[in-house]
Design a protein around this ligand. Structure first.
Ligand code: NAD
Ligand code: UGA
Length: 464
């Protein structure tokens, strides 16, 4: 079946960029991205394409090319569902904050709402594509809802998890290592649905990189991929502490280890801890699923990745306190970088939030600079933790517009996001205006120790 109209429910970090690229590469397909968040849709439609709600290198150019031609952003969810032959569900699937599975399981209420809305509106057969990251066997629940509450139309459910990383989303979408499509390959209708999605990606992706599997393998592969990636970061972070104790250098260790082609060099960069909206949530979900099948050893194995990551964030904050003569009370600490990685304005689960929170517990005064994150977002992130009142967060934390303002008269600087611009700051000037001894804590191994020590900084970096 040739797809003419696509609807994507959810105009977030995945729905927006993914659909923009599909629309750019498939000019004959109409793609409508819908969301219940009016402000988000208005921002996607902003006359000035630089105001789209997600900062991703290269994204505004893709949107500019396709928007209004065959890419549309709308709040009219029903109309887009009605028109579409294929509906992607790309809504958020956060960790549950209530009830059974609180703090572990994925909250599927947004997914279920989408399924019920599709069932209510659809008057002809639809292919429903899971783009969100979901617990294995979610497609079964979706099918159940669609078939029992719908208008008697036929549904094919595909799983097509997204592997893009923020900050490189456009490159990842244009040139993915693989595209994964799970479907019912045992039935002619299932096969046809899979083929129609393969045909879309085949517009720009070589066929051998488009992998088709059964639905459950596809759903589980997404959780597995994120667990493996996060596990590598926790593994090298575990080694970073051992490096600090023994005089080994974690960068040298990761290079030496990564040159073994069986291990590979990517994703072995030690840091203050991984952040982002997905690693933690997806591993917790995997732990929860394993436990629900009684697989406690499997659950414990993966939970350790999160335990290690939490420890790394705490360890970094405590290192600051310890180095500053065991107290940061009333001391000004500058935080450079709030986003969970460079080249994104996303702050979800950023290590910086937790480091700041630990330091605030020790009564530090925090001043933050990030080139892309807005002040209100920073306060919202701290308020969300519920550790202290929002007034207190606003008194103890200042957000400024330049790194020089942040570091002026500070006792210490903590570099928490690896923004390129931090490499080229005028570190001599920063040093001159700081209180002495001037402490510099590099949570990303971004800066050169020698040049900073030559200036006079007391320098600490993760893993030596
Ligand atoms: P997001 O929060 O940025 O976007 C989700 C959007 O869905 C929101 O704008 C929300 O308003 C909208 N929404 C929720 N319920 C809706 C409904 N019933 N109708 C219409 N709109 C609705 O989330 P995201 O980062 O794009 O992630 C989406 C999914 O993709 C998650 O499952 C996530 O795990 C997965 N994923 C994310 C990334 C990433 O880099 N962020 C990468 C791969 C996979
Ligand atoms: C990650 C995966 O890389 C994507 O494949 C996946 O699609 C996505 O999660 C998702 O499912 O949401 P993302 O979280 O956007 O993408 O970014 P990453 O580049 O994976 O970085 C995650 C965190 O790990 C960041 O805080 C980063 O700084 C940290 N990290 C990464 C390290 O500390 N060291 C590394 O070597 C790599």
């Amino acid at each position: 079946m040739k797809i003419k109209n696509i609807c994507c429910i959810g105009a977030g970090y995945v729905g927006g960029p993914t659909m923009a690229v599909i629309a750019q590469k498939c000019p004959e397909i109409n793609v409508t991205v819908v969301d219940i968040n009016k402000e988000r849709i208005a921002a996607w439609n902003d006359d000035d394409v630089e105001n789209i709600p997600i900062y991703e290198p290269g994204l505004s150019a893709v949107v500019l090319e396709a928007r209004g031609r065959n890419l549309f952003f709308s709040t009219d969810v029903d109309e887009a569902i009605d028109k579409a032959d294929m509906i992607f569900i790309s809504v958020n699937t956060p960790t549950k904050t209530y009830g059974i599975g609180k703090g572990m399981a994925a909250d599927l209420k947004f997914i279920e709402l989408c399924a019920r809305q599709i069932a209510k509106v659809a008057k002809n057969d639809k292919i429903v594509v899971e783009k969100s990251t979901l617990p294995v066997r979610t497609a079964e629940a979706l099918k159940n809802i669609l078939e029992n509450t719908g208008n008697g139309v036929n549904y094919q459910i595909l799983s097509n998890p997204e592997f893009l990383a923020e900050g490189t989303a456009v490159d990842d979408l244009m040139n993915p290592d693989r595209v994964l499509i799970g479907g019912d390959l045992d039935s002619p209708k299932g096969k046809e649905a899979v083929r129609s999605l393969v045909d879309i990606y085949a517009h720009w992706i070589p066929k051998e990189r488009i992998l088709t599997t059964n639905v459950w393998s596809s759903e589980l592969s997404k959780l597995t991929a994120n667990a493996f990636l996060a596990q590598r970061v926790s593994s090298i972070n575990a080694m970073s502490e051992l490096c600090e104790k023994t005089g080994a250098d974690v960068n040298e260790v990761s290079k030496a280890v990564g040159m073994d082609t069986r291990i590979g060099s990517k994703f072995l960069k030690s840091s203050v801890g991984f952040g982002g909206s997905c690693f933690q949530k997806d591993i917790l979900n995997l732990v929860y699923i394993s436990k629900s099948f009684g697989l406690h050893q499997v659950a414990d194995y993966w939970e350790q990745v999160i335990i290690m990551n939490d420890y790394q964030k705490k360890r970094f904050a405590y290192k600051i306190v310890q180095t500053l003569f065991n107290t940061v009370s009333g001391k000004k600490i500058a935080i450079l970088g709030w986003a969970f990685k460079k080249d994104t304005n996303d702050t979800r689960e950023s290590a910086a939030i937790y480091v700041a929170d630990y330091l605030l517990n020790e009564q530090a005064e925090i001043v933050i600079y990030d080139p892309k994150v807005k002040k209100e977002q920073i306060y919202a992130d701290l308020d969300y933790l519920n550790t202290r009142s929002s007034e207190e967060n606003r008194t103890k934390v200042k957000v400024v517009n330049t790194p020089y303002e942040a570091t002026k008269e500070a006792h210490a600087v903590a570099l928490l996001t690896e923004w390129d611009e931090f490499k080229d700051l005028n570190w001599q000037m920063i040093y001159d205006k700081m209180l002495k001894p001037a402490f510099l804590f590099d949570g990303r191994r971004l800066l050169k120790r020698k040049t900073k020590e030559d200036i006079g900084f007391e320098f600490y970096a993760i893993g030596n």
